[in-house]
Design a protein around this ligand. Structure first.
Ligand code: ADP
Ligand code: ZN
Ligand code: ZN
Length: 732
């Protein structure tokens, strides 16, 4: 078959922020041998004065405009092999329609960076090398004068090897390989798909066994399973057992974890239990590594992919199961550009592909709990820790009645001391890095503020800097008050560095390990510190969110939570949900083995009903209470929202645009509210505001948004601002 006839066009997605596909004429096909153009292949096209790499989305569509005015595709990059298969293309199309984002940006974001360039080609399939009969005879004969060749044959005599393994046999291995191949002693073949050899694993508890059985029953069909199990209840063991089955049946598995959850510990566990090298995908990889892992999944050589958010868009022809661990985690929502929820798109991908998806968490999101209550998701509860460890005991410390040294209550310090004496490890959690969140003058009240944001500058005492944690601006910390010249500056409040310093002074000789973005900036540092903790000697860990997630520190028996009061009175309607999740995740670090754990919670509001409920009755009751509240207030997940976000240097430009936008909002069941200021109104010198669209039903919301968008694009006021739609927003 030749290419489409001249009257038809190719529709391409191009990496530009425009809301439509672009029509091009097919390339001139000189040779009949050339494969027909199919959807999902990349193409290079002229665009203005530039050349762009785009993806063909449709072939053979009728030309909408006079075909004489259309440009021609310069070249097709992937000869008949789509880099994005039909089902993934369908998912991405759904994404750009649902999230109202430019198709080209959605599609190109799904490709590894190496393939977004015109010179980026699909990699050649990796080879492995085998010794031939002639090779074996040669090896059996007397040693000749080529010891390197002999060594290579010897290495291959035990079984086939890949290039990486051959490279370990000597620096001149390529030349040696060439020689022995020419002699007919070694031949090559494409690397076959990896096969799983599961081993180990625990005898499942009753709760685990019934979850595994129920999910296995659904293999081959779509269903969403919410695996709601306390920290340490063996959720990972459930994933592994179901994955074993999927791999045995010839399927591929996709496991998504939060940014911070992708630890060497986790990878080791999957590798050991499944006896299989997973393809790993995350943002820290080099372009080459990313391409190799992606291509192994696309071609089916990799049977298991483990990755963070964007790994969701990896082509996997035999996908049989998606697992999303810590499904409540906010890192699954992309907060800029193409703003999608990996959790929601994962459910859509599973529905399209007719496969089950497991959403796991000790603290499920209210969205997922709501779906479980309504019967859309199947709900599996694991209420007990799998290895018989007991859940930690809580102690609430009323800070109004505690002596307090640099943010630590006297009772907390005592508890740390006791823990260390008993040979245990203690963890102090607070969500503020730096030394102090504000530098202040005792004499005149001056305090450090960012000139470009509505935020104070954090004092980093060791580097003598004032840093904005929102826009990244930095300057030298003054010695004297910039206003009154008094020598009266002091840090107000505490950050991780100050707690580290205070603990170091109080417990000389005990290692204090700090985990935050500053202390672990150097590559490998995080892992080194984790190893140190794993050695099990008494020590103190101090850190932010980073400590709350995924880690299994068997020696930690005490957790001190320094300050959570802000969230109790926040204007964000999700603050209490997040607080409960964070507290339980942090608490979950304590006493995961034989020794029971204790969590000490420092607060000025011990009587707050949210804390009482969370600690007294647990997450299930707490989340149920929050959900009732959302229902009564008509808030998500009991209503549906989208934001029109806008920002500009001049506040009046933002307001004018949003007012004009509100004025053209189409009639229907959803209403528009605002303009309202973002929770932090000014960041990096730009004012940020939004309109909120809210209504009781998703189809209605989308119908109105789709009618609204062309009107928004036509607004003259829109030229002076940056604006974007955020569907199912997670923050304001
Ligand atoms: P989660 O993912 O829910 O935090 P894990 O799967 O990591 O829980 O399990 C917590 C600990 O309990 C791990 O050390 C794991 O090896 C162990 N474990 C899991 N399932 C069982 C079981 N059925 N019997 C004994 N120990 C188990
Ligand atoms: Zn002053
Ligand atoms: Zn700033």
């Amino acid at each position: 078959m030749s290419g489409p006839s001249p009257k038809t066009v190719l529709k391409l997605a191009l990496p530009v922020p425009l809301p439509h596909l672009f029509d091009y004429l097919p390339p001139k096909t000189p040779a009949a041998s050339e494969s027909p153009v199919v959807p999902g292949v990349r193409a290079v096209v002229p665009f203005g004065r530039r050349k762009l790499v785009g993806v063909v989305v449709e072939c053979g569509a009728p030309a909408a405009v006079d075909s004489k005015r259309l440009l021609r595709v310069s070249r097709i990059l992937d000869d008949g092999v789509p880099v994005i298969d039909t089902s993934l293309l369908g998912l991405l199309r759904w994404c750009w329609q649902y999230y109202k984002h430019a198709p080209g940006e959605v599609l190109l974001a799904a490709l590894p960076p190496a393939l977004r360039k015109p010179d980026g080609l699909l990699p050649e399939p990796p080879l492995r090398f085998l010794i031939t009969e002639a090779g074996r005879e040669q090896l059996a004969g007397p040693p000749g004068r080529a010891p390197a060749q002999r060594a290579m044959l010897k290495a291959l005599a035990d079984g086939p090897l890949g290039e990486d393994e051959l490279a370990a046999t000597g620096s001149r291995w390529r030349a040696v390989l060439k020689r022995v191949s020419e002699q007919g002693w070694v031949e090559s073949e494409p690397e076959p798909a990896s096969t799983a050899r599961p081993s180990g694993g625990h005898e499942l508890t009753g709760e685990q066994a019934s979850a595994v059985a129920a999910i296995r029953e659904d293999l081959g069909q779509f269903r969403c399973h919410l695996l709601d199990g306390v920290t340490g209840s063996g959720k990972t063991e459930v994933y592994l057992k179901v994955l074993e089955q999927v791999l045995r049946d010839g399927g591929q598995g996709l496991v998504l974890v939060p940014e911070i959850g992708l630890t060497p510990q986790l990878l080791r566990r999957f590798r050991q239990r499944l006896g299989l090298e997973p393809a790993v995908l995350h943002s820290g990889l080099s372009a080459g590594e990313r391409l190799a892992a992606w291509d192994a999944a696309r071609t089916g050589r990799a049977r298991l992919v483990i990755g963070t958010r964007s790994a969701l868009f990896t082509p996997m022809p035999e996908l049989g199961l998606i697992v999303l661990d810590e499904e409540h985690d906010t890192s699954f929502k992309q907060q800029d550009g193409f703003r999608y929820s990996a959790r929601d798109v994962a459910v859509k991908r599973a529905a399209d592909g007719e496969l089950p998806v497991i959403l796991g968490s000790a603290t499920p999101s209210l969205e997922s709990l709501n779906n479980a209550q309504s019967g859309r998701y199947r709900h599996h509860r694991l209420r007990h820790r799998a290895n018989r460890a007991v859940l930690p005991a809580w102690r609430v410390l009323d800070m109004r009645q505690q002596a307090n040294v640099q943010g630590l209550a006297a009772a907390s310090v005592e508890a740390i001391e006791e823990t260390l004496e008993q040979g245990g490890q203690a963890m102090v959690f607070l969500n503020r890095r730096g030394y102090a969140p504000v530098l202040m003058c005792q004499s005149c009240g001056w305090h450090s503020e960012c000139a470009r944001c509505d935020a104070s500058l954090t004092w980093h005492r060791s580097t003598r800097q004032l840093c904005c944690h929102h826009c990244g601006s930095q300057r030298r910390a003054p010695e004297l008050c910039p206003d009154c010249r008094a020598d009266a500056l002091f840090g107000l409040g505490e950050g991780t560095q100050q707690i580290e310093e205070a603990l170091g002074r109080r417990f000389p000789g005990v290692p204090v390990l700090r985990f935050d973005r500053d202390s672990t900036a150097r590559k490998g540092r995080f892992g080194e510190q984790v190893e140190k903790v794993m050695e099990g000697e008494p020590c103190i860990l101090v850190g932010t969110q980073m400590l709350a997630k995924g880690h299994h520190f068997p020696g930690v028996t005490l957790v001190v939570v320094v300050n959570v009061d802000q969230a109790l009175y926040s204007a964000d309607f999700r603050a209490l949900e997040r607080l409960g999740q964070t507290l339980l995740q942090v608490a979950g670090r304590a006493g995961r083995m034989e020794r029971p754990g204790t969590v000490m919670l420092q607060t000025f509001h011990p009587e707050h009903e949210a804390l009482a409920l969370l600690i007294g009755e647990g997450y299930e009751a707490y989340a149920g209470w929050l959900l009732e509240d959302r229902r009564a207030a008509g808030l998500p997940p009991c209503a549906f929202q989208a934001l029109l976000r806008a920002e500009a240097h001049l506040k009046s430009d933002v307001e004018t645009f949003l007012q004009a936008a509100a004025a053209v909002f189409p009639d229907g069941g959803c209403r528009v509210y605002g303009p309202l200021p973002a929770l932090m109104e000014r960041v990096g010198g730009r004012y940020r505001m939004y309109l909120m669209v809210q209504g009781p039903g998703r189809p209605e919301l989308h119908r109105q948004l789709d009618a609204w968008l062309p009107l928004l694009r036509g607004l003259r006021e829109g030229r002076r601002v940056r604006w974007a739609i955020d569907v199912d927003p997670q923050e304001v």
